[in-house]
Design a protein around this ligand. Structure first.
Ligand SMILES: Cc1cc2nc3c(=O)[nH]c(=O)nc-3n(C[C@H](O)[C@H](O)[C@H](O)COP(=O)(O)OP(=O)(O)OC[C@H]3O[C@@H](n4cnc5c(N)ncnc54)[C@H](O)[C@@H]3O)c2cc1C
Length: 295
């Protein structure tokens, strides 16, 4: 199928893009990598009056470290994240997780901002940003505002970003010491059936602090397993702590039944995957500590 007719705009600055979006209040769509938007247009599931193509806006393309914080421009491609040595050092969950997205073609075009706004409940990038406590920066007619990713998602494929706003970047606070990730897909790099990511740090006494666990595929948005994380605060992540936290993850799960899996199967998988991720978190930290002390 072909898309319904639309006006096409290719602004060269954020200010121009926001002004153009303002000319079509609520009826224009931003085009970034096009990996989700173009199929929606072709199937006529979306019929916007205008497309605002942001691919010529250079200021959206950077990855910048400022002290212990990192900012990634919204137009940065998955493949750039995958290859970035800065991100490998500072936010290793990101290069690791994007390797699970689609195929090479999708990763060469798909963008960080597009993934966050598209809001697929199984999307790997939203899951990672939620785990890492990231903040989305959006520019709109009233100026710039910051939306924590844990306040971004309002429902399946729905965000707090106003249609007149352009997501310009995502900001990451100082990273946790250890991260872990697991997902189950029906086939390699398919959309996930269930995905789990976690981050946390250990104090000098070996007790875990600030653990965050994010879940994908078990609700209509990515969700934080706060009850699980609370149970781990100040523990040594012993097997009994991990088991209790894994079961507690079910408290926030309200999984769908769809072509990939039944709700029942997802509920079965969730504690299993949380346990694997927390075990990996504990072991990755142990490996790191061993490596640092070894000549
Ligand atoms: C074959 C295939 C396999 C895939 N597999 C996976 C997978 O395994 N995991 C996964 O997570 N995803 C997968 N995807 C989806 C892919 O990640 C999408 O590219 C991504 O979700 C959207 O990014 P994009 O840059 O292509 O955005 P686009 O398609 O250009 O836009 C998506 C939506 O976001 C809006 N938008 C884009 N950028 C901005 C911005 N800066 N500000 C405001 N709104 C904006 C658009 O208007 C649109 O509503 C797959 C896609 C394909 C085609």
């Amino acid at each position: 199928m072909k898309p319904a007719p639309f006006e096409y705009h290719r602004p060269r600055s954020v200010a121009d893009a926001v002004a153009t979006l303002g000319d079509y209040p609520g009826t224009a769509r931003v085009l970034a990598g096009g990996q989700s938007l173009v199929p929606m247009l072709n199937m006529r599931l979306w019929r916007p009056d205008a497309i605002v193509d942001i691919n010529e806006i250079d200021e959206l393309d950077d990855i910048v470290a400022d002290g212990d914080r990192v900012t990634i421009g919204s137009l940065v491609r998955y493949s750039t994240v995958e290859r970035s040595s800065l991100l490998a050092r500072r936010l290793p969950l990101l290069p690791r997780i994007v390797r699970h997205i689609g195929d090479r073609q999708v990763r060469n075009r798909g963008t960080v901002g597009g993934a966050l706004v598209h809001a697929d409940p199984t999307g790997e990038l939203p899951l990672a940003c939620l785990t890492l406590d990231a903040v989305v920066v959006a520019a709109g007619p009233e100026g710039v505002r910051r939306i924590p990713v844990d306040e971004l998602y309002e429902g399946s494929y729905a965000t707090a970003v106003d249609p007149r706003e352009l997501v310009v970047a995502v900001e990451f606070p100082p990273p946790a010491e250890a991260v872990a990730f697991r997902e189950l897909c029906r086939k390699h790099n398919d959309f996930a059936v269930v995905s789990v990511a976690a981050a946390g740090s250990r104090d000098d006494g070996g007790r875990w602090r600030d653990v965050r666990i994010a879940l994908g595929g078990v609700a209509d948005t990515p969700v934080l397993a706060t009850a699980s994380a609370d149970r781990l605060e100040g523990t040594e992540l012993r097997d009994a702590d991990v088991a209790a936290a894994s079961d507690a993850a079910l408290e926030v799960a309200d999984p769908p039944s769809d072509i990939r899996a039944s709700a029942e199967y997802r509920r079965h998988l969730l504690p299993v995957y949380v346990r694997r991720v927390l075990t990996e978190l504990r072991e990755s930290h142990a490996r790191q500590a061993w490596g640092e002390g070894t000549p």
